[in-house]
Design a protein around this ligand. Sequence first.
Ligand code: GDP
Ligand code: MN
Length: 389
Amino acid sequence: MNIHEYQTKRIFSRYKIPVPAGHVAHSDAQAVAVAESLGGERWIVKAQVHAGGRGKCGGVKLCNSLAEVKEFADKLIGSDLVTPQTGPGGKRVRRVLVEDAQDIKQELYLGCLIDRVTQRITVIASAVGGMDIEEVAASTPEKIIKESVDPAVGLQDFQCRKIAAGIGLTGKQIINAATLMKRLYRAFRDTDALMAEINPLSLLADDSLMALDGKMNFDGNALFRRADITDLRDFDEEDSKELDASQHDLNYIALDGDVGCIVNGAGLAMATMDAISFYGGKPANFLDVGGGASPDKIANAFRIVLTDSNVKAVLLNIFAGINRCDWIAQGVVQTLREQSVDVPVVVRLAGTNVEKGWEILFSSGLEFIHADKLDDASRKAVEAARGSA
Ligand code: GDP
Ligand code: MN
């Protein structure tokens, strides 16, 4: 789960990581009020969307007057910001962060993430932070410093000093940086984060360090024990189909193919996607309906899959263990009667109550394509999608 920059900075503050004074605003008038209350003469106004790359695409601006703050906030709020990370449609800006502008001496990079190879938290740093960090990582990886943290003892002082020296800091800066790294590590660990990033981590005129940007991403499987983090979820930023699915206890991931998939079990769903690809097709989604799916749940699964206008055929592939084929079949019948399904539907049923399931489907008189095995079903679904495209 992702959160906004202003929310990340609130978490940083809680862990005493220095951030600029600032506040979120939902309108241009509010942005001006925030700037006024901050005082000073220069402010940074930043679009709050779940995507980076804003600085290069008009989502961040240094403003030298309240009039400029008003003008820029007005322009941003309600607009769709397109960055390399948003996709071509962009992301709707619903709020901005207004902050005290800082004088930057140097832009560094500092981040923590879970390294799946070592199965440890890794601290990553670079002397060349800022808006070109992706380019730096790709073309000069030697400029990126990494330190793996032993979970039994946590991030050690010597590791922090090593990282700080490695990114060219000296004297007092090293002590500042080491303290900040340990705080970031703690914030990361205490919130079940998957990623915490400060880019730029800025060295200011007085040699102090400040997080001018902040990004955190959390493990969705740990949210049940992180109510304070769950509260930060912004549903506006999420794929509406995926959200709809999660509210109906369905695991749905949107993809870009044209064969809609409704399957039980993550393993079978993956195998079904592989089989579709094997026959030259492309899955439109991953969808696991889980065990014991009721007819209503199947109907919801169809509804969600069919809101994707790229879908040219639907493959329902059920290997019923905990599930019951008769319930699934009732769900299909309910769907075909109540929803306008204008693409071919391929059904493959196996397992518990399979005879009853087919009986319900065949006696309904509704139109569907019968399939016997995974192989047969996938081939028929790919052909059906081609035929109706
Ligand atoms: P991103 O492009 O989405 O990662 O947005 P950032 O929050 O990183 O902002 C982009 C750039 O704006 C940073 O790399 C800085 O160069 C600049 N910036 C952000 N805050 C300040 C500030 O307080 N003062 C100055 N001078 N520049 C800033
Ligand atoms: Mn940034």
